[in-house]
Design a protein around this ligand. Structure first.
Ligand code: UD1
Length: 339
């Protein structure tokens, strides 16, 4: 059985990926510092898969702990590195937190890869590296634009670090550039657990429908789009999780066509904020309280993925649509709130 280390494996995308890995027959070891999630997620994963993954609470910023971990736990066949901070606004307020957490952790992990001869590495990147696209859909060859937040910058820098390290070592890496993840596992045993007021659209929608928030603010209806609201590519987290399994398989079978590859992971379809609201109301039968407010600084107008490379090279394609994603997010929200 191949052993995969999943950092941040109790987080939103991490936990769904652990489920997918275990279902595909991998042995999973999770490390997580629990800074943005709950230990209860471990129970959810175990209930879904009937297999408790190994777990250790570890903060990747503490180099000595990282070194000690790899001395104790040898022979990992690969690493999927999710552990990182991800709030755009917070990164503007506290850039050093983001550079320390997102960059130092990556460097320490890669040092251990070198020390212990671990050659397969998957990194959580983001479509944020593209900034405002010049053409749509956007493919992996599109230029990387000047980052508009320290968060976005950490994703760009991390990709550069991986490219440089792959160039001079036996490391093979894949960076998956996620578009906008939504949804939850069909069992509603795991899902997204935003701490405090959600910054992302879908958790804000479900919390508003659940009565936790009074109303949703739609950030702008005067953009140059068909209905004036921003357009994104909303990808079901279960599909996203499967993409990681495909990427792991590819690395383990040494099928990566270059030492460092990037893939867009999206549906290929763009939906506006107003379309998301309408779809949510349609699939749930809930009427959503919302108002139009000013644009949010830093938002790009429209972005959605060209997924040809992921479809053809990775052999992966999104199987769920927006409505399925929203329905599963709502099922999860109701479970969390006891509705
Ligand atoms: C951005 C990044 C993404 C990153 C994520 C981290 C881009 C294109 N995307 O996602 O890579 O991982 O931040 O958080 O840079 N909206 C509202 N009201 C709300 C919340 C959001 O109208 O209360 C709108 C936004 O204006 C946007 C859409 O909903 O048009 C999606 O917003 P959000 O969920 O925050 O994700 P992004 O900003 O696209």
């Amino acid at each position: 059985m191949k052993k995969i280390l999943v950092t941040g494996g109790l987080g939103y995308i991490g936990s769904h990926t652990v489920v997918a890995l275990q279902e595909a027959g991998y042995e999973v070891f999770i490390i997580d510092n629990l800074s943005n999630t709950s230990i209860d997620v471990l129970q959810g994963i175990t209930e879904i898969t009937n297999t408790p993954p190994k777990f250790e609470r570890l903060d990747l910023r503490i180099k000595n702990d990282v070194v000690a971990f790899f001395q104790k736990h040898t022979n990992m066949d690969g690493i999927i590195h999710f552990a990182a901070s991800k709030a755009v606004g917070e990164s503007v307020e506290n850039p050093l937190l983001y550079y320390e957490n997102n960059i130092n952790s990556l460097v320490y992990l890669l040092q251990e890869c070198k020390a212990h001869n671990i050659s397969n590495f998957i990194f959580s990147s983001s479509c944020t590296v593209y900034g405002e696209p010049d053409t749509l859909p956007i493919d992996e060859g599109a230029p990387i634009k000047q980052a508009t937040s320290p968060y976005g910058n950490t994703k760009q820098i991390s990709e550069e670090i991986l490219k440089d390290v792959c160039h001079v070592s036996n490391l093979n890496a894949i960076a998956l550039r996620y578009f906008n993840p939504i949804g939850a596992h069909a069992s509603a045993l795991i899902g997204e657990l935003p701490v405090g007021v959600p910054q992302n659209l879908v958790p804000f929608i479900t919390q508003t429908a659940a009565g936790v928030r009074k109303e949703l603010s739609v950030f702008g209806d005067d953009y140059d789009t068909p209905d004036g609201s921003c357009i994104r590519d909303y990808i079901h987290v279960v599909d996203l999780a499967r993409a990681h399994v495909k990427a792991v398989e590819r690395l383990i079978k040494a099928e990566n066509s270059a030492k460092f590859r990037v893939f867009n992971i999206g549906t290929g379809k763009g939906n506006s904020v107003l379309e998301v609201i309408a779809a949510f109301e349609e699939v749930t039968g809930e009427k959503l309280n919302y108002k139009i407010v000013d644009r949010r600084p830093g938002d790009v107008v429209a972005v959605f993925a060209d997924t040809k490379k992921a479809n053809e090279e990775l052999g992966w394609k999104a199987a769920h649509d927006l409505k399925e994603g929203l329905a599963s997010s709502w099922k999860w929200e109701k479970k969390v709130r006891g509705i």
